[in-house]
Structure formats: structure tokens, C-alpha cells
Write a protein that binds this ligand. Structure first.
Ligand code: PAF
Length: 284
């Protein structure tokens, strides 16, 4: 595995691979890799000739009061894990390489409207503009055939798919199912912030999604009823504070009232100071 820090060096290596007729899979990450990221990398390796992964904690997608400064970072450990998962080129640009004039001075951004205003967008204004802008930059640098994203960030996947479709971008977006601990906790780099007690409390997210699944399988078609049952379960957990419970069309992310087609049940819950998200798609 080669570790590359500059855009020019990465582009040269990718040009070379493409000249040899190789396909390129891309896994963009913010690092502090866990089994969820490694699953994306392994899938990319199984499907593509060359796998590029990026590790870049993107300041543009963090609000002023969010956890950019303390977001966990461990490049040494990440490099070993990425290599073990089959990554060929690991792109680890410093912030100045991605934003030479500073991220706050960027004059250009890419913004997807409507589907970015609800769910995480409601409490994280500007977040998705930061995500789509950096992903656009990364796609322009890597020019991947396929790019792999975790379904845990269901809204991010929907937003990136929309951007790719609307801007005729030459890449296939692949959504990879959520990876969970054996007790149900969805893997996240932010889980490292949880104390032992908080980690136990965090299980309420997957537990309430299981309840939603059972209710849907049992015939419940009223989003209101589902939301109420989920809220009641989460509110019983003293360390948990609901940011949102969204029951939406799985593609358009429009709020559902009566459930008639594949539906996304998505949650954001604060456990102590840590904001966790989780979701399930019910195909019907
Ligand atoms: O999902 C993430 O880790 C980030 O939002 C991404 C896609 C790497 C963009 O910074």
C-alpha cells in the first residue's frame, strides 16, 4: 500500500493505473477506522482492481460547536488496518492540501437542496454542503468507477446519490449495509467517546429499531404510531436524548404518514455528549 499526501502524486498514480486498464474503487473516510470502514474497503477490493481510500477529517462539514478538534485520529493504526483490508493507495492529505486558502475561504461549494434540510440537516446546518463539496473534490481527484459509503449514514448516501445523478457524475455509488457489534450497537468512530455506562445506554438505538421492525412486520402502517413507540422506548433510557426520529420514504427522505413503500426509520440520539445515529430500511 502506498500512502500519498498530495493531490498531484495521487492523480499520477491513478492515471498510471487507468492507463493499465484498471478499474478504481474509492472509499472516502474520516479515519479512526473500524470494521464498518474495513467492510467497505474489502467490498471495493472484491469488485475493483485498485482500491483508493482517503482519510481526511473535513473541517467544512463540522459546525462551529461540533467535535472537529476532538474527532478521533490515529493515522498509524488506520494505515495498518487499511492495508490489511486491501487498500492500494491511501490518500491522507493535510487540510492545506485540500483547502490551500483555508476551508473558510472556499468560494465554491456543492449543495443538494430539500433532502438535506430534514433529519441530520435540521440540527447540523451546512453539514451536507461540506460533505458534498469535499466528496465532489475527492471524486474529481480520484475519478473512481465505484465509490463505497456506509448505509449507517443513510441521509449522506441519499444526498451523494442525488448529487451524482443531478450532476451526471461518472461514478456508481454503492451503499454497504450497517455493521453492528454482536449486541446491536452500530459501529461508529464516535463510539470511542462513550463510557461503559453510556455504551450500554446506546443500545437503545438498535433496540428501538428492532421494535420498529417488529411493528412493521406485524402490520403497523401509521408512522405516528411507530414514532410514538420508538420515542417511548428511548425516553425510558435516562442517558438518551432524542435529536430526531424520522420515518421517511427511503429515497426521497420525505416524511411518511401512512407507510406504503420502502421506508427509512432513522434516529439521532444524544447519549451524554455523544450524538449517535442509526437506521433501518423496511422494504415492505
Ligand atoms: O462519512 C464520512 O466519513 C464523511 O462524511 C465523508 C464521506 C468521508 C466526507 O468527509
Amino acid at each position: 500500500m502506498k500512502i500519498v499526501q498530495t493531490v498531484e502524486a495521487l492523480k499520477a498514480l491513478i492515471r498510471q493505473a487507468k492507463r493499465e486498464g484498471k478499474t478504481v474503487g474509492f472509499v472516502p473516510t474520516m479515519g479512526y477506522l473500524h470494521e464498518g470502514h474495513l467492510t467497505l474497503m474489502r467490498q471495493a477490493k472484491a469488485e475493483q482492481d485498485v482500491v483508493v481510500a482517503s482519510i481526511f477529517v473535513n473541517p467544512l462539514q463540522f459546525g462551529p460547536t461540533e467535535d472537529f478538534a476532538v474527532y478521533p485520529r490515529d493515522l498509524e493504526r488506520d494505515s495498518l488496518l487499511a492495508e490489511s483490508a486491501g487498500v492500494d493507495l491511501l490518500f491522507t492529505p493535510p487540510v492545506e492540501e485540500m483547502y490551500p486558502s483555508g476551508h473558510a475561504s472556499m468560494l465554491t461549494s456543492v449543495e443538494v437542496s430539500e433532502i438535506t434540510t430534514g433529519l441530520c440537516g435540521a440540527s447540523r446546518p451546512g453539514h451536507f454542503r461540506g460533505v458534498t463539496t469535499v466528496v465532489n473534490k475527492l471524486f474529481n481527484i480520484v475519478e473512481p468507477d465505484r465509490a463505497y459509503f456506509g448505509q449507517k449514514d443513510a441521509q449522506q448516501v441519499a444526498v451523494i446519490k442525488q448529487m451524482v445523478k443531478d450532476l451526471n457524475m461518472n461514478v456508481t455509488v454503492v451503499a454497504v449495509p450497517i455493521v453492528r457489534e454482536t449486541d446491536g450497537l452500530a459501529l461508529s468512530s464516535r463510539n470511542v467517546f462513550l463510557s461503559q455506562t453510556e455504551r450500554q445506554a446506546a443500545l437503545v438505538l438498535s433496540r428501538s429499531l428492532r421494535l420498529a421492525n417488529e411493528m412493521l412486520a406485524g402490520g403497523c402502517r401509521q408512522a405516528g404510531e411507530l414514532r410514538k413507540a420508538i420515542a417511548e422506548m428511548i425516553e425510558k433510557e435516562p442517558l438518551a436524548h432524542i435529536d430526531y426520529i424520522a420515518i421517511t420514504d427511503a429515497e426521497t427522505l420525505k416524511e411518511a404518514e401512512v407507510i406504503t413503500k420502502p421506508v427509512l426509520v432513522a434516529l439521532a440520539v444524544r447519549i451524554g455528549k455523544t450524538r449517535l445515529i442509526d437506521n433501518m430500511v423496511w422494504e415492505g
